[in-house]
Design a binder for this molecule. Structure first.
Ligand code: NAD
Ligand code: WQD
Length: 337
């Protein structure tokens, strides 16, 4: 079975390609490299000892997408390609709508054309906005609090509408909580070019002394120690869930929605302290004002994924912190900076 992975050289996409290949699937990647590097394709091959077909290009480019479907008999698609920086989406909403929604429309048009109607989509816990209670279940009310979140909500709606119009579609909407960590090989991981927005990549850059100090956004939240609580999930666990979702969409029809998290919440201070302890490294920090739009706490009820996909996260927070740092050190040594 051949799976097209859009955004396959990105952070979550690359780990998913590894898991797909190791589960016996063939993989075709399309990525325009706007937030990743082509060398990732070689790292995926190095880890798995398997071959991968790579197309450099934009999912919004219909001719390219038609060429990919013409040259490969695609059985299903995992659609990761998208822009993901919340703050940037507020500054450049049209860029986000064009890229994140335009890519889905073009992709689905071409999938229809080639009668490939099985898709797994990268959604996000951001679609729950400020949850009224915890843990979060898939049927909680949905709310977008920024353009990025709105692109996720619209895309979910588009894919749902496709199924309503044509019951041959099979759609899995995966709502990720906070992915961190890296492949244990240290070959692939998260590697933002700019100053990171997210907590773990920021901690890593402070630990490697590329950044001076971690700013902790507020210690007056209604949480165990006043700092924000999130459901951090190891990216390899997350990647494995995609293989289960692909197995499922290949054999069913309809729309299914899954929360992908561990079900446990950790505070910013707990993450920093664990990172320091397991990696034996200092992470200086200071408490600063809250970041606009942040919520107190967010963690998943992932029971449905366990029941339906027979998947659950297995990796603990210590391993997540170790693997994040291990990748950063290896990457730094390799690139000599
Ligand atoms: P990433 O930026 O590492 O990967 C996305 C990849 O898509 C990149 O390689 C980028 O070059 C590519 N891309 C973007 N637009 C494209 C286009 N139009 N055509 C072709 N390639 C394109 O991000 P990630 O963390 O791996 O996230 C993958 C998906 O998961 C995204 O849709 C993101 O919104 C979603 N998601 C991520 C998180 C997270 O915290 N990382 C949480 C929830 C959901
Ligand atoms: C985690 C905690 C911050 C950075 C975002 C998106 C969400 C999803 C995942 C894509 C919070 C605190 C952070 C820092 C800090 N992405 N923090 N100092 O905000 O839960 O979710 O990424 O879909 O849509 O909104 O993740 O890693 O940015 O923050 O104190 O430098 O760390 O306040 O409590 P978040 P995050």
């Amino acid at each position: 079975m051949k799976i097209l992975v859009t955004g396959g050289t990105g952070y979550i996409g690359s780990h998913t390609c590894v898991e797909l290949l190791e589960s016996g699937y063939e993989v075709v990647i399309v990525d325009n490299l706007c937030n990743s590097k082509e060398e990732v394709v070689d790292f995926i091959k190095e880890i798995t000892h398997k071959d991968v077909t790579f197309y450099k290009g934009d999912v919004c480019d219909k001719k390219l997408m038609q060429k990919i479907f013409k040259e490969n008999k695609i059985d299903a698609v995992i659609h990761f390609a998208g822009l993901k920086a919340v703050g940037e989406s507020v500054e450049m909403p049209l860029y986000y709508y064009r890229n994140n929604i335009g890519s889905t429309i073009t992709l689905c048009e071409v999938m229809n054309e080639y009668n490939c109607k099985k898709i797994v989509f990268s959604s996000s816990a951001t679609v729950y906005g400020s949850p009224h209670k915890l843990p979060i279940k898939e049927d909680f009310p949905l709310e977008a609090t920024n353009p990025y979140g709105r692109t996720k909500l619209y895309n979910e709606g588009i894919l749902n509408d496709l199924y309503v119009a044509d019951n041959n579609w099979s759609v899995a909407l995966l709502r990720y909580f906070n992915p961190i960590g890296a492949h244990p090989s240290g070959l692939i991981g998260e590697n933002p070019n700019d100053i990171p927005n997210n907590l773990m990549p920021y901690i890593v850059k402070v630990a490697t002394k590329e950044l001076e100090i971690l700013n902790i956004f507020g210690n007056d939240y209604n949480t165990k120690d006043g700092t924000g609580v999130r459901d951090y999930i190891h990216v390899v666990d997350l990647a494995k869930a995609h293989v289960k979702a692909i197995d499922e969409v290949l054999k069913t029809k309809g729309v299914d929605i899954y929360n992908l998290g561990t079900g446990h919440g950790y505070s910013v201070l707990e993450i920093v302290e664990t990172f320091k302890k397991v990696n034996k490294v200092d992470v200086p920090y200071q408490i600063v004002a809250r970041r606009a739009g942040d919520i107190d706490a967010c963690y998943a009820d992932a029971t449905y994924a366990k029941e339906k996909l027979h998947w659950e996260a297995t990796k603990e927070i210590e391993e997540m912190c170790q693997d994040s740092y291990n990748f950063a050190i290896k990457y730094k040594n390799k690139h000599n900076n």
